[in-house]
Design a protein around this ligand. Structure first.
Ligand code: T5A
Length: 203
C-alpha cells in the first residue's frame, strides 16, 4: 500500500474539521490525490449509523454505542479508506479508532483492551501513518461549538476524561502522534500540521 493515512483527533470543537479542510486544499493545490473523510460516516450505511449515534432522542447503552462506532468504522475502512490508500492517495480522516479509545474507553469506562480488539477487527489492523492531536482546554473547545448532539452534550467531566485519554494514548505511542496546541489561531495550527505532514511524507 503506497498511500499516506493521516488522522486528526481531539475533543469537541478542537478545530478538526477546519484543519482537515485547510490541509486537503493545500495538498490538492500541490497536485496530490487527497481523499477527505470523517468518522462516524463515509458511505450511506456509515452515515446512517452516525445519525443513530448522534440523535439525542436515542438512549444507547455504552456497549451498543461502541459496537455501532466499530460497525461504521469497518464499513468506512473497506469502502473508502483502503481503496483510496491502495491507489496511492493521501487519506485525511477526521477521527478514527483513537476516538473510540478516548470516548468509549477513557470517558465511558469500557475496558481498553476490548476496544483495541474491536478496533483491530474493524480496521483490519490498519494504523494511521500520522495522527495529529489538536489539544486544548475543554472549556475552549465546547465554547467554539454552535450545536450539541447526544455525545457533545455530556457533562464537562466526560470531556475532561476524553482530553486526558488522548494524552495517555499519545504517551503510549509517541512516534505516531504530533500534538498541536489548538488554542492558537487556525493559521498557526495549520502551519504546524502541514510541517508534520511534509516531514512524514518525506520519511
Ligand atoms: N465519537 C466518534 C465517539 O464517541 N467515538 C468514536 O469512535 C468516534 C469516531 C462525532 C461525535 O462522535 C464521537 C465524537 C463526537 O462527539 P462530530 O459532529 O463529528 O461528532 O463532532 P466533532 O468531531 O467533535 O466535530 P466538531 O465540529 O464539534 O469539532 P471540530 O471538527 O473539532 O471543530 P471545527 O473545525 O468544526 O471548529 C469548531 C468551530 O471553531 C472554529 C471553527 O471556525 C468553528 O466555528 N475554529 C477555531 N476558532 C479559533 N481558533 C481555531 N484554531 C479554530 N479552529 C476552528
Amino acid at each position: 500500500m503506497s498511500g499516506l493515512f493521516i488522522t486528526i483527533e481531539g475533543i469537541e470543537g478542537a478545530g478538526k474539521t477546519t484543519l482537515t479542510k485547510l490541509l486537503s486544499e493545500h495538498l490538492k493545490n500541490d497536485g496530490a490525490d487527497v481523499v477527505v473523510t470523517a468518522e462516524p460516516g463515509g458511505d450511506t450505511l456509515a452515515d446512517g449509523i452516525r445519525k443513530l449515534l448522534l440523535d439525542s432522542k436515542n438512549a444507547i447503552c455504552d456497549r451498543a454505542e461502541l459496537l455501532l462506532f466499530e460497525a461504521a468504522r469497518a464499513q468506512h475502512v473497506d469502502k473508502v479508506i483502503l481503496p483510496a490508500l491502495e491507489r496511492g492517495a493521501i487519506v485525511i480522516c477526521d477521527r478514527f479508532s483513537d476516538s473510540s479509545l478516548a470516548y468509549q474507553g477513557y470517558a465511558r469506562g469500557i475496558d481498553l483492551e476490548t476496544i483495541e480488539t474491536l478496533n483491530n477487527f474493524a480496521t483490519r489492523g490498519l494504523k494511521p501513518d500520522l495522527t495529529i492531536l489538536l489539544d486544548l482546554p475543554v472549556e475552549l473547545g465546547l465554547a467554539r461549538q454552535t450545536a450539541r448532539d447526544r455525545i457533545s452534550s455530556e457533562q464537562i467531566n466526560f470531556h475532561r476524561r476524553i482530553r486526558e485519554g488522548y494524552l495517555s494514548i499519545v504517551r503510549s505511542e509517541p512516534e505516531r502522534f504530533v500534538v498541536i496546541d489548538a488554542s492558537g489561531c487556525e493559521k498557526e495550527v495549520f502551519r504546524q500540521a502541514l510541517e508534520a505532514v511534509i516531514s512524514r511524507r518525506t520519511r
